[in-house]
Design a binder for this molecule. Structure first.
Ligand code: HEC
Length: 153
């Protein structure tokens, strides 16, 4: 039997191929995007069992690394372009705003006025702020203060 509508048939085929082509392009784009995403390195072994530092690390890698750098050396990709004081090396210098847990917590929750250090209290819960702050102590090579480990209010 001859096809009554050869023209329509070929349009359907064209539509199908265009659809497949688009899907393939989307899949390729997704693969390229995934390949280009920075690889998250696994957490260092010494914190692998420390839930507080693991969650602090997640926040730090998402929100703090751009200015403070992966190891907290003050060398994140944005650091050089910031107006005002630069983020410093957490491990190399005395902390400008103090090393007591309440001082560090206050900086992380409220930020530092007149500098590019933002406050995070509107973004993170108090326990998340504690975790991120604890991770800063860890990066600095300082013991994590007990106050940061206390269960969240
Ligand atoms: C946009 C850049 C930027 C981001 C993002 C940022 N910081 Fe900062 N941070 C700074 C700068 C600049 C300073 C130095 C402020 C100063 O000199 O008073 C600073 C200071 C600090 C200090 C005080 C250091 C000291 O010497 O007393 C702590 C702690 C800190 N940041 C933690 C964090 C944490 C934790 C995050 C992520 C949740 C974060 N920062 C995200 C720019 C940033």
């Amino acid at each position: 039997m001859s096809d009554p509508q050869p023209a329509k048939f070929s349009t359907d085929r064209l539509t199908r191929w265009v659809t497949y082509g688009c899907l393939a392009l989307i899949a390729i784009a997704a693969l390229v995007f995934m390949a280009m995403m920075p690889k998250a390195s696994p957490p260092p072994i010494e914190i692998a069992k420390d839930g507080l530092l693991l969650s602090g690390r997640e926040i730090y890698l998402a929100r703090c690394i751009s200015c403070h750098g992966e190891r907290g050396r003050g060398d994140g990709p944005l650091a050089k372009g910031l107006a005002g004081p630069r983020p410093r090396d957490f491990s190399g210098e005395e902390w400008k705003h103090g090393e007591k847990p309440e001082q560090a917590l206050s900086v992380v929750s409220r930020g530092v006025p007149e500098t590019s250090m933002p406050g995070w209290a509107s973004v993170y819960s108090p326990s998340e702020i504690k975790a991120a702050t604890a991770y800063v102590y860890y990066l600095a090579g300082k013991p994590v203060p007990g106050a940061l480990r206390a269960s969240p209010k």
